[in-house]
Write a protein that binds this ligand. Structure first.
Ligand SMILES: [Cu+2]
Length: 149
C-alpha cells in the first residue's frame, strides 16, 4: 500500500465511523421523539387517572348549571383511579357514591374531604350520586363514571 492508499483507507474508516455515529444519534433522537410524543403508548399506557369532585350548594362541580349527566369522569379499564371528594359547602353535608366502584360511599360535613381510590376493573357507565337529602340534592343524582375498554 502506498502512503496515499493508507491515508485514504483511514479517511474512509473515519468517514464510516462518523456516519455510524450520526445514524445512531439520529435513531436515538427519533426513538426519544416517538416516545415523547406517546407513539409507543397503547390505550392502557396511562396507568392512573385523577379527579377532583367539589361539593357546594351548587352541587357536584356546579352540576346545578350543567346538563345531566354531570360531572363526567372518563377512564380506561385497568387504570387506577383516584378521586378527591371535597365538601366546600359551608352549611350542608353531602354524600358521594359511585355504583359498583364505591357503593359504601362517604358522607362529608362542611370542610371535610375524602380520597376515593380503586382500579377500574369493569367497563361500563356508573352513576355518581349524593346520599343525603340536601337542598341541592336533585342536581346531585346524575354524575357519571365511564370506564371504556
Ligand atoms: Cu344531597
Amino acid at each position: 500500500m502506498s502512503e496515499k492508499e493508507i491515508e485514504s483507507g483511514q479517511t474512509k474508516r473515519l468517514r464510516s465511523t462518523i456516519l455510524i455515529g450520526i445514524i445512531i444519534a439520529a435513531s436515538a433522537a427519533a426513538l426519544f421523539g416517538a416516545y415523547s410524543f406517546g407513539l409507543f403508548n397503547t390505550k392502557h399506557a396511562a396507568t392512573s387517572a385523577h379527579f377532583t369532585i367539589t361539593m357546594t350548594n351548587q352541587g357536584f362541580n356546579d352540576s346545578r348549571t350543567h346538563n345531566s349527566p354531570w360531572p363526567i369522569m372518563n377512564v380506561v379499564v385497568g387504570q387506577s383511579v383516584t378521586i378527591l371528594v371535597e365538601n366546600n359547602d359551608t352549611v350542608e353535608s353531602h354524600g358521594f357514591v359511585i355504583t359498583h366502584y364505591f357503593d359504601a360511599g362517604v358522607k362529608l360535613r362542611p370542610g371535610e374531604w375524602h380520597n376515593v381510590g380503586f382500579v377500574a376493573n369493569q367497563t361500563g357507565s356508573f352513576i355518581i350520586y349524593c346520599t343525603i337529602v340536601c337542598s341541592i340534592h336533585q342536581f346531585m343524582l346524575d354524575g357519571q363514571l365511564n370506564v371504556s375498554p
